[in-house]
Every structure is written in structure tokens, then in C-alpha cells.
Design a protein around this ligand. Structure first.
Ligand code: C2O
Ligand code: CU
Length: 443
């Protein structure tokens, strides 16, 4: 699927022969992450076994793979995952962005942990199509950084079929404490499915591809753009929770824990890259670009037109003058204390919302640092940023909150339970920037 092997070898040889300041090692091909094996022949059921284990180099893996095996289901499928914990520390799996019952959410505060040598079976039905992921929720920063994370794709067969690239971005071994000053950290040593700056190929004559992107980094932000839009077209067609009202043009922000789906149009060789953009006083790039994936063209043909993506075209729900929950993100690197409403998890006061009734959650960033805010259990609609509504209806589970920004979110708590809300810069979350939304079983 990823281009003939000999071509890759030729390309690598070509790169080696050119006196190039950029490349003196053979370019490595982009390989897709491992695919999870479905143990159940029933088409409506995905059954998978994942072993959390320690590799000989000390990293952690799911079933020997880093990133972990990709789970692929269809909307409406029953998903059953057996987790075997072969580590020497406890672990759990959280299904980031997937609406699951509270006792399947993988949060120690709710269900405890899976002890070393023990197993647990997660089972739930997937209700929304989108690009999700899974990772532990115990000692989270360390376990995710060591390699426990994988993609979870939920397909909707009615969507246009395009060749797909799966891109899991990570900065391996971010190691110790990462002070994050001001705007989010721009990573400089990204890996893509475990390889630094791999080479991808235009997969089809039409040149159009769909890329499902996950930022699995603990702390670093991606701002995706094309090195040359006339060679490589790039726009975001779907976010965390599938298709929204419309597309978004580059640069495309993907914070830690966030996902995006890109439509790529490859005309000629170019690269997907990241750099930091300032949003204060207009969008201005202020960091040098870091190359992420190089695209090569060995199948030529005219670039086809964009497929008919299922954008809803819907406008944002009008905001209302009411706030049910107010969460202020606070803290600083200087104090090393990260809080929500000045409380450090687990010493927090849960907020309570009634089951099934739309509620307004306001998230204010009162700290000198950006934070990717994530809510478990439910999707939310972005109503406004600093009072300005987005151009179209936008449904997310993870959203970046800029410095001094005020986000208004509309949430319908459809499932009872205790649901975490936290920053997805994992050292912030482990440092206490985490709270709980409580939804009692009776409205
Ligand atoms: Cu991806 Cu509570 O986390
Ligand atoms: Cu944070």
C-alpha cells in the first residue's frame, strides 16, 4: 500500500548521492502503525487483546508495538478489548474521545486500576465516527510518554473512500519535567509512527488522500502546514469528533491529545511540516519549520477534485447568558502548581450537572501558558472564544485554551457517572490540573 519497496531504496540511494546538508542518512519510508487483530469474525464486533508490556529498551508497548496497534471499527460496532497487564506497575486504558459508560472509562478514581499480572475486559458500543485514541490513565504522563498510546478509528462507510494515511506524532522520551512557558512547546524531534521525518508516497494517481492525525505527545504542539501549497494541498476536513460544519485551512493546530483529519492533495514533492504561529496581532510564524513527513511522487496523474465530504454546514448554536460550570485554569511554571479553580486533584470539589440537559461550561485560562482542555464522557460544542462564535458548528472533546482566553462550551451530559476534565499537557494533569464533572443517574 505504501509504494514499491525498490522505489524507496532508489530514493534513499538518490538522497545519499546528493551532497545535501539536510540528509545524510537514508530516508526511511513512512510505515503505518501496526493494526490490531480482530479475534471475532462477526462483522459487527471488534474483539482485540492488548498486552501492556515493557520492551528490552525499557520503553512500554501495547502488544509489542509503539505506537500501539490501531483499532478499527465501524459506527454501531460492539468493541471488546482484553487488556493484559504484563508491566510491573498498575495501568488502565482510557478511550479518549469515545463515548463509553463510566465504568469503561479507565479512570482509577472511578474503577481502580488493573494490577500487574491481571487482566480487564473493556466493552462498549461505538456511536460516533471519528479519529480517537487510547492510552493509560494511571501515572499517565510517564506511561504515555514511554509508549502506551494507539489510534482508534471509527469509520462511517457512507463517507467518501480515499486512500488513508495514519499519522501518530510523538516526541519520544520527553523525559523529566518540561517547563512550558507561554505558548505551547514546539517539538523539534517529532517521530511519525515511530520514525523521524519518514518519506510517504502519493498513493494513487488522483493524488488525494485522507490523513488521520494524532498528537500523542505529552507536551508539544503541532501547527501543520504544507512546505509548498502548490505542490501539497492541505486542509483540515474533520476534527476530534468527525466532520464539523466545514473545513479549516492551514496552519492547523493540533495540541497534545488532539486529533485532526487532513485532506492532502499531492501534486509534486513537498513536505508536511510544523512551526509555531502567533495568534496575537495576526497569524505570524515565529519559529523555524520542522519537517515531519516528506512526500514523493512516483505515480503521476492530474490531481482530482476534492471529494464530497459530509460537512454539516450547520452554524454554531447561539450562546445563552447562563453559565452552569465555570472552570478557571490556573498556575505557573514558577510555582509548579497547576490547578482548576485553585484546587489540586484529587482534592477537588466535583461540579454536578443533571443528566440529559444541555449545560454551558465556561473555561477561562488565567495562567501564563496555553492548555489543551479535555473532557471525558461527552463531546462539547464550541459556542465562542472570547465572545466570538466559530464560523461553523464545531464538536470536540479536546480544545486548546490560549492565554487569557475564555471558551464557552455546550455539553449535554448523556451518561451518568464521574467524568474527568483536565489539561492534556500530561505533566500539568499529573500535577493536579484535573477535576471532575459529576452526573447523577437521575435527572
Ligand atoms: Cu486522553 Cu483524561 O485523557
Ligand atoms: Cu496545562
Amino acid at each position: 500500500m505504501h509504494g514499491a519497496r525498490w522505489l524507496v531504496i532508489l530514493l534513499a540511494w538518490g538522497a545519499g548521492c546528493r551532497p545535501s546538508s539536510e540528509t545524510n542518512i537514508a530516508a526511511r519510508p513512512l510505515e503505518p502503525p501496526a493494526a490490531a487483530v480482530d479475534l471475532d469474525p462477526d462483522p459487527g464486533r471488534l474483539e482485540v487483546r492488548l498486552v501492556a508490556e515493557r520492551a528490552s529498551d525499557g520503553s512500554y508497548r501495547y502488544s509489542g508495538a509503539r505506537p500501539g496497534p490501531t483499532l478499527r471499527a465501524r459506527v454501531g460496532d460492539r468493541v471488546v478489548v482484553h487488556l493484559d497487564n504484563a508491566l510491573t506497575d498498575p495501568t488502565t486504558i482510557h478511550w479518549h474521545g469515545v463515548g463509553v459508560p463510566n465504568d469503561m472509562d479507565g479512570v482509577p478514581w472511578v474503577t481502580g486500576t488493573v494490577a500487574p499480572g491481571e487482566s480487564f475486559t473493556y466493552a462498549f458500543t461505538v456511536e460516533r465516527a471519528g479519529t480517537f485514541w487510547y492510552h493509560p490513565h494511571f501515572d499517565t504522563a510517564r506511561q504515555v510518554d514511554r509508549g502506551l498510546h494507539g489510534l482508534f478509528v471509527v469509520e462511517d462507510p457512507s463517507q467518501p473512500a480515499l486512500p488513508e494515511l495514519l499519522l501518530v506524532f510523538d516526541e519520544p522520551d520527553e523525559g523529566g519535567p518540561h517547563p512550558i512557558h507561554g505558548h505551547g512547546r514546539l517539538g523539534t524531534h517529532w517521530t511519525v509512527n515511530g520514525t523521524e521525518t519518514p518519506v510517504a508516497h502519493r498513493l494513487v494517481e488522483s493524488g488525494r488522500m485522507r490523513a488521520r492525525v494524532l498528537n500523542a505527545s505529552n507536551t508539544a504542539y503541532l501547527w501543520l502546514e504544507s512546505s509548498d501549497p502548490s505542490s501539497l494541498e492541505l486542509r483540515a476536513v474533520a476534527g476530534d469528533q468527525g466532520f464539523d460544519g466545514g473545513p479549516r485551512e492551514a496552519p492547523v493546530l493540533v495540541g497534545p491529545g488532539d486529533r485532526v483529519e487532513l485532506e492532502l492533495g499531492v501534486r509534486s514533492a513537498a513536505s508536511l511540516r510544523t512551526r509555531r504561529w502567533s495568534l496575537n496581532g495576526g497569524e505570524v510564524p515565529y519559529a523555524p519549520a520542522v519537517e515531519l513527513v516528506r512526500f514523493q511522487v512516483d505515480t503521476t496523474g492530474d490531481l482530482s477534485s476534492s471529494p464530497d465530504w459530509p460537512f454539516s454546514g450547520a452554524l454554531p448554536t447561539p450562546d445563552v447568558a447562563r453559565t452552569d460550570v465555570l472552570w478557571a485554569l490556573m498556575g505557573s511554571d514558577r510555582s509548579g502548581r497547576w490547578t482548576i479553580n485553585a484546587e489540586v486533584f484529587p482534592n477537588i470539589t466535583p461540579e454536578t450537572l443533571p443528566l440529559g440537559r444541555p449545560a454551558i461550561v465556561e473555561v477561562r485560562n488565567m495562567s501564563p501558558t496555553e492548555h489543551p482542555f479535555h473532557l471525558h464522557g461527552f463531546v462539547f460544542e464550541l459556542l465562542s472564544r472570547n465572545g466570538v462564535a466559530p464560523p461553523f458548528r464545531t464538536i470536540e472533546d479536546t480544545i486548546n485554551v490560549r492565554i487569557r482566553e475564555r471558551l464557552r462550551l455546550r455539553v449535554t451530559p448523556e451518561r451518568p457517572g464521574d467524568w474527568m476534565a483536565h489539561c492534556h499537557i500530561l505533566p500539568h494533569a499529573d500535577g493536579g490540573m484535573m477535576t471532575v464533572l459529576r452526573v447523577p443517574p437521575q435527572p
